[in-house]
Ligand binder design. Structure first.
Ligand code: PGA
Length: 223
């Protein structure tokens, strides 16, 4: 049985290492009984080395560059992410596409690089057409790819997509492991897993409130 995947996308939060540690430790304490769920915390890069005592929580990056090292000022490579202890990486989040003009071909390069260094890519899409062409990928590689369906109107707006509509989209995505993201909270989390049949959730705002995030993890455990 594959575990339900609950991903916390902290985005550019919180403001200090101390707050990041507190949030991380609260989530860790509140999720000590998890069995059926894999919880992944994706903090800003700078906090990753401080969150090493990860125990049952896994770590992920929110982005990464495809070259392993070199003259790319301001970038962090996917290899570096792996070396610091991350197991997952979010790729092509809508905020990266919007503010940093990330393109589908860059998403593909990042996906390939992530797989080659042993990271599991979580590719965010708002449309089915944004899913990279996996026809040249090996079966074992495809198994490690996660797609997150995140409708633009639902991201950070509090206007979650109805589970019925989300399910319609999920059925169009021909991939084994698909997450839902966009205004997930503890009240609607279960609907996306149970009613809409997603294999997990990508949680932004609600992942910054430890109590709420733990409730989301609990709903996945009871799924
Ligand atoms: P949200 O963000 O849960 O705050 O809508 C989700 C995301 O951007 O991944």
């Amino acid at each position: 049985m594959k575990k339900t995947l609950i991903i916390a996308n902290w985005k550019m939060n919180p403001k200090t290492t101390k707050e990041a540690n507190n949030l991380f430790n609260s989530v860790k304490a509140g999720s000590h009984r998890i069995k059926k769920t894999e919880v992944v915390i994706c903090p800003p890069f700078i906090y990753l080395p401080f969150l090493k005592e990860k125990g049952r929580l896994k770590l992920g990056g929110q982005n990464g560059f495809w070259e392993e090292s070199g003259a790319y000022t301001g970038e962090v490579s996917l290899l570096m992410l792996k070396k610091i202890g991350a197991e997952y990486v979010i790729i092509g989040h809508s905020e990266r596409r919007k503010y940093f003009k990330e393109t589908n071909s860059e998403v593909l390069k990042k996906t390939k690089s992530a797989l080659s260094v042993g990271l599991k890519p979580i590719i965010c899409v708002d449309k089915v057409s944004q899913i990279p062409d996996f026809s040249n990928f090996r079966k074992e590689e495809i198994k490690n790819i996660i797609i997150a369906y995140e409708p633009l109107f639902a991201i950070g707006t509090g206007k979650a997509c109805s589970p019925k509509k989300a399910k319609e989209k999920r059925l169009l995505i021909k991939h084994d492991f698909v997450l839902y993201g966009g205004s997930v909270n503890f009240k609607n989390a279960r609907d996306y897993l149970l009613e809409a049949g997603f294999q997990g959730l990508l949680v932004g705002g609600a992942s910054l409130k430890a109590k709420e995030f733990i409730k989301i993890i609990d709903s996945a455990e009871k799924n």
